[in-house]
Design a protein around this ligand. Structure first.
Ligand code: SF4
Length: 421
């Protein structure tokens, strides 16, 4: 296939045999691509060969005790929906998110009077030994951002409404550095400053230019605990913005971790699909170090969707990978019921692939890389497979889930969770 390099050079690239690339560990690939003169070309070659493994090399940033970026797992975050001054409601929602395995929680701090509420929320959580990193989400007021520094683990500011107050941002950076806090410079396509909009409109160039003066200050203060984001509520634009902006930032040496998400995605299936396509496309490109699935629903719902997106993209594994055909007229057992039973009994496991197939027509081939399989074998009967070998035959559909669990229990080495960097 033909690829266009950054120098507009068209190069014909064929798929490199896996055997050759498999010899390179990711430790080798990272410095190699960083040093490569033509980053884009190298990235494309990797994407062709390792679509699920490639990850942009970002710096490591600490948010309290949590590390993001570099080789660390892509972190899942959400945001509370409660009024911040309602301390009890906000703490309750944080507990729910924490129990759902959310790893970073953002809280809106709209004015100076809510800074103290943020402080009390943090204190209450720490008193309860809950050390989940808390992020103060600040817009419009540099003084609120500065007031949050002693209490928040990370402060999110939006360059578009920081009122071009660069001296206040410099002060914020100096304080964050002194106190060991992180900052997120979160550019939103819908809230660029008037001066940027006038010059560049809503194009990716505006987002790129918007962040530049802030990054120059970060650089001049030798501060590295920075996360960046470039969000949009338009999925195609959000994907294209990152593909345009991120390589330019990396070339400048601003390879800070990226928080990715589709803003204002809505709810239900459509909101999930928007988040999955936007976030998933970038993850498969190797872009993204922390994700937020924005849903107009209870924020706990965002966490489960985020982990599903990460698993679908091969980035983190939190439950078994299920391969199941849709069933058709050839299916002779209660496949949907058996699938539900198997899921209910195995959802706490991770690092394994389980295939549930209606029949042998496509079933055996399609489940080739599954660890365990359940395939229709006649009216009300299934055969069970381990590593593509049929090991139990003519099991009644009522006993299928239980017999499969027995097989899994005899191979405990598959139980630990596997996380890809
Ligand atoms: S695997 Fe068999 S039952 Fe399932 S969809 Fe294909 S042909 Fe139909």
């Amino acid at each position: 296939m033909a690829l266009t390099s950054l120098d507009n050079e068209v190069v014909e690239v064929s798929v490199i045999p896996c055997k050759v690339l498999m010899k390179f560990s990711m430790d080798f690939i990272y410095p190699a691509h960083t040093a490569a003169r033509n980053f884009t070309l190298f990235r494309e070659v990797l994407l062709i060969n390792f679509p699920l493994m490639f990850r942009r090399q970002s710096r490591v940033v600490s948010i309290a005790n949590l590390l993001i970026g570099g080789p660390h797992p892509i972190r899942v975050q959400s945001m509370t929906h409660t009024p911040t001054q309602d301390i009890k409601a906000t703490v309750d929602q944080i507990y729910q998110l924490y129990e759902a395995q959310c790893e970073i929680i953002r809280i809106a701090v709209p004015n100076l009077s809510t800074v103290d509420a943020f402080r009390q929320i943090k204190m209450q959580l720490r008193n309860d030994q809950i050390a989940i990193p808390l992020v103060a989400d600040v817009h419009f007021s540099p003084s609120v951002a500065i007031a949050c520094i002693p209490h928040a683990d990370k402060i999110r500011i939006n360059p578009g409404n920081f009122n071009d107050n660069f001296s206040a941002f410099q002060q914020l950076v100096q304080l964050a550095k002194k106190e060991g806090k992180a900052l997120r410079i979160g550019v939103n396509q819908g809230s660029l400053s008037k001066s940027i909009l006038k010059q560049y409109g809503h194009a990716a160039e505006g987002m790129y230019q918007s962040v530049q003066p802030f990054l120059e200050i970060v650089q001049s203060e030798n501060f590295e605990n920075i996360v960046l984001s470039f969000k949009s509520n338009d999925v195609s634009k959000m994907i294209e913005n990152h593909r345009t902006i991120v390589p330019r930032l990396d070339q400048q040496g601003f390879n800070f971790p990226l928080h990715i998400g589709v803003t204002e995605a809505g709810n239900d299936n459509y909101g999930r699909i928007k988040g999955a396509i936007g976030i998933g496309s970038l993850l498969i490109d190797g872009i993204g170090d922390t994700i937020r699935v924005s849903l107009t629903e209870d924020p706990v719902q965002e966490v489960a969707v985020a982990y599903d997106i990460l698993q679908t993209c091969g980035k983190r594994f939190v439950h078994p990978e299920y391969i199941a055909c849709p069933s058709c007229g050839r299916t002779q057992y209660s496949m949907r019921q058996v699938f539900d039973e198997i899921k209910a009994k195995t959802s706490h496991l991770s690092g394994i692939k389980i295939a549930i197939m209606g029949c042998v027509v496509n079933g055996i081939g399609e489940m080739e890389d599954a660890d365990y399989g359940c395939v229709g074998a006649g009216p009300g009967k299934v055969n069970l497979y381990y590593k593509n070998h049929c090991v139990k035959t003519n099991i009644s559909e009522q006993n299928a889930a239980e017999e499969l669990i027995k097989m899994i229990e005899t191979h405990e080495t598959f139980l630990p969770s596997i996380e890809y960097p």
